[in-house]
Ligand binder design. Sequence first.
Ligand code: ADP
Length: 313
Amino acid sequence: MQRIVVLGSLNIDLVLPVDRLPRPGETLTGGDLALFEGGKGANQACAVGRLGGTATMIGQVGADPFATRLVDALRAAGVDSSGIGASGRPTGSACISVLPDGENTIVISPGANATLSPEIALERLRAAAPYSFLLAQLETPMATVVAAFAEAKRSGATTILDPAPVQPLPADLIPNIDFITPNQSEAGALLGGAWEIRDFDVARAAADALLRAGYRGVVLKLGQLGCYVATGGSRAAVPAFEVAAVDTTAAGDTFNGAFAVSLAEGAGIEEAALFANAAAAISVTRPGAQNSVPARAEVEALLAARRKVACSR
Ligand code: ADP
């Protein structure tokens, strides 16, 4: 099995239902607090493990009960946690207030995630060798992502960057990215213009613009539309699976983990994108982050159902 290394954040999501947001100085009573294992890095590693890939997670946690909970959850998903270290800062968290209409406000506390230095990451990346894929996002320091992607390319691995939360990317990072996987708003931000990517025609134009900007492979995540993939030699619009969405948290992370697993198994880009659409579609039918990531058999069943419909037409 080809090893997939995921470098990134581990966060506990603290989700609190509220009727409205408190005013400065005000105390409000909310609903029951729910804790979920999250963090974009850990979510992607969880997706790789649960979907049958061989995953190693590289990240930093604190010395607190949240850390144990996050590491145990990844191990239960089959992820090798040997690249997760302890720092003197608290485990990362996200405090999420959810209003009755589903709208939310989020305060992220990076904590230990901010201590993932280039030195630590490179040492753990070398310890994880041989590996074929490196996945990262932007909830850990940019300098670390830059160093890790350079090292991964030197060792011949395929690199996949989820540019979330979106921020300007250093010029020396871009040539080391094999696939960049922005969602609609992140793609617009990377292009620095007023892009409204609401259909596949605009997606194609945005993907072309990203290729022209120096990205070698582009996977645009388009919510309920599905995704659009483009490389120098290929273009494909890959439609979504129709589902009743209840919570899109971790949909993009599930997508990235699934995309890497499928590529690692030898699938082409379009086939991997379809597999990723299927996995992410199931994740949006469930609340929470890592707990919404489906098992392999569920994704296979959804893909088989679509093939059956296609055959009977
Ligand atoms: P992010 O979660 O990063 O913002 P998206 O919202 O584009 O990214 O979702 C990631 C992927 O999840 C999409 O490319 C698609 O495959 C799937 N997805 C998201 N929303 C839906 C939906 N309502 N129905 C079906 N699939 C969805």
